[in-house]
Design a protein. Structure first.
Length: 179
């Protein structure tokens, strides 16, 4: 059986184009989630995988509708394979039910993994170069060293409460507590 899976990230997004494409691809059943792809728990995807049988084929319009990352995609496709089923992505023309399709899937996955690792390397190199120039990444401190000393003095010597000090310095109580 051809089974479709469609997903949009928010309730105000529309599934219609995905549903039309999946029906045109021959999907007899379609599972739909309206949930962020960054969440691993997607109720309809989990239901689909639970009901998957030997010989079924899961079809998606684009692979990113199924998985939030390459690692996630590989894990899900492995589960599909273990259950004797196949996977098809219409936009990327991936079809793991054929030897050529499996090859394309793994080449595609390898290239994506390589690119992600290269991006990570370039980011690390850029951060290291910035550190050598004396620049430190991250959010700037809300209070300078002098202000932190003053916060401690106001609390310890003047006996002021954290909320009052926070209002004076226009920061949160948590910032004052950390100081």
């Amino acid at each position: 059986m051809i089974i479709g899976y469609a997903r949009v990230s928010t309730d105000d997004q529309n599934l219609d184009s995905q549903l039309d494409a999946l029906k045109a691809a021959g999907a007899l059943r379609i599972f739909c989630d309206k949930i962020s792809g960054s969440l691993r728990k997607r109720p309809e995807l989990d239901r689909l995988l639970d009901q998957l049988r030997d010989g079924d084929v899961i079809v998606v319009t684009k692979y990113d509708r199924l998985a939030r990352s390459l690692r996630d995609l590989l894990d899900i496709v492995e589960v599909i394979k273990e259950r004797g089923a196949g996977f098809r992505s219409l936009a990327e023309d991936i079809d793991t039910t054929t030897p050529a399709g499996r090859l394309v899937f793994h080449v595609f996955a390898s290239i994506a993994q390589f690119e992600r690792e290269r991006i990570s390397e370039r980011t690390k190199e850029g951060l290291e170069a910035a550190r050598k120039r004396g620049r430190v990444g991250g959010r700037p401190r809300a209070l300078s060293a002098t202000q932190r000393e003053e916060v401690r003095r106001m609390r310890d010597e003047d006996g002021r409460n954290l909320t009052e000090i926070a209002l004076l310095f226009k920061v949160s109580s948590k910032t004052v507590r950390r100081a």
